[in-house]
Design a protein around this ligand. Structure first.
Ligand code: AMP
Ligand code: GLY
Length: 414
């Protein structure tokens, strides 16, 4: 089979790496890919619109397409492929609204009693500012539209909240103002064909830029999996109060969800609540989670897309995984590109380096984005995996890289 992966970040490198191991894959293509993906997949220059991607799939005789990022999903790439009779992994446009519009997601959760933070939505700056008078701080301000992980502000003061509202209304039309929740966050990823659900190992992302969860929100500075945050009983409760009603709600609205559903959860003292839905694999969660998969990824993704997931049970390693992101200095604010770096050919055992933003400039590896590399290590325990990931970081030569030194630190000696 010829498989196309859409996207060009660390998540897509992990997807390509794992798909390339499948016995049934003859060639992997990636659009656009990056310098780390290039040795594993033929990288294609293409814009990521549904039409352009469909044209690539037709031209290259692609048998199965896996969509990484949210933008093409929200734009309807799956609908376009299905209308043309092409097999594709990911939810369709109607299902992707769970991520594409935070207002849609919040009203959906309210309709189906999915526990989430209390909120109001606004289309007028003046009304949103007036509503702040009734709020205590911190309060959370969210751009309703896609914002590449940068649309959320946890505002500690009224001034910060007003600033965040003004920023949203400069570009967007709608905002969600919601209650600030405290607790541990959990990235619950699952694949579903609309009926059967298969959970991936629960992961945790480290979202703020600096150690100790300080500084601005990023796309994610590291991740560990599986995290020992939910007991069997709590997990059963999440399946019953969150996952079940979400899939039932989608079905009730005539939406068949096929793909990965990533539910961002906050484990609060008043129970588990949903922070957000994402309709795709997480980045960097995927870099941590996929190396734990012992069975065939292609089989799992195809069964999900074909609606026969009931017949497939993925097999996961009993060990743990940790991922540390090396970002360009300055990320998530302004940062330079074109910084040279090098990754040794031979890495320590059970260590992987996935490229997020790299390119070749006259044969030299350089940075081309904010999150440049993900260093991942597998080990029997989480503590060992974290230590091994930092050993891997030391093996990479990327001067002035920005990284967190406390990935996995919330779990002590787990
Ligand atoms: P979202 O894109 O909605 O997941 O928000 C990004 C990040 O903002 C989350 O992963 C949390 O760290 C934080 N966040 C979002 N909503 C809340 C909330 N209601 N209370 C506390 N933190 C939140
Ligand atoms: N790591 C969070 C995300 O992918 O949105």
């Amino acid at each position: 089979m010829r498989v196309l992966v859409v996207g060009g970040g660390g998540r897509e490198h992990a997807l390509v790496w794992k798909l390339a191991q499948s016995q049934r894959v003859t060639e992997v293509l990636c659009a656009p890919g990056n310098a780390g993906i290039a040795p594993l997949a033929r990288c294609l220059d293409a814009d990521l619109s549904p039409e352009a991607l469909l044209a690539v799939a037709k031209r290259e005789g692609v048998d199965f397409t896996v969509v990484g990022p949210e933008l093409p999903l929200v734009a309807g790439v799956v609908d376009a492929f299905e209308a043309a009779g092409r097999r594709v992994f990911g939810p369709n446009r109607a299902a992707a609204r769970l991520e594409g519009s935070k207002v849609f997601a919040k009203t959906f959760m309210a309709r189906y009693n999915v526990p989430t933070a209390a909120y109001r939505s606004f289309t007028e700056l003046r009304e949103a500012v007036a509503y702040l008078e009734t709020q205590s701080y911190p309060v959370v301000v969210k751009d309703s539209a896609l914002a590449a992980g940068k649309g959320v502000t946890v505002a500690r003061t009224r001034t910060e909240a007003v600033g965040a509202l003004e920023t949203v209304f400069k570009t967007g039309g709608e905002v969600v103002v919601e209650e600030f929740l405290t607790g541990q966050e959990l990235s619950l990823l699952l694949v579903t064909d609309g009926e059967t659900v298969r959970l991936l190992p629960p992961a945790q992302d480290y979202k703020q830029a600096f150690d100790g969860d300080l500084g601005p929100m990023t796309g994610g500075m590291g991740a560990v999996a599986p995290v020992p945050l939910l007991s069997e009983a709590q997990l059963a409760e999440v399946l019953q109060t969150v996952v079940g009603p979400t899939l039932a709600g989608l079905r009730a609205e005539g939406v068949s969800y096929r793909g990965v559903l990533f539910i961002g959860l906050m484990i609060t003292s008043a129970g588990v609540k949903v922070l957000e839905y994402n309709v795709r694999f997480g980045d960097p969660e995927t870099q941590a989670v996929l190396p734990l998969l012992e069975s065939d990824l292609l089989e799992l993704l195809e069964a999900t897309a074909d609606g026969r997931l009931a017949g497939v049970t993925p097999r996961w390693s009993a060990g743990a995984s940790a991922c540390v992101v090396l970002a360009a200095p300055g990320y998530p604010g302004g940062y330079p590109t074109g910084l040279s770096l090098s990754v040794p050919k031979t890495l320590p055992e059970n260590t992987l380096v996935f490229h997020g933003g790299t390119a070749l400039a006259e044969g030299v590896l350089v940075s081309s984005g904010g999150r440049v590399l993900s260093v991942v290590a597998l080990a029997p325990t989480l503590t060992q995996a974290v230590a091994a990931a930092y050993t891997g970081v030391d093996a990479v030569d990327f001067p002035n890289a920005h990284l967190r030194r406390d990935i996995g630190g919330r779990f002590g000696s787990a």
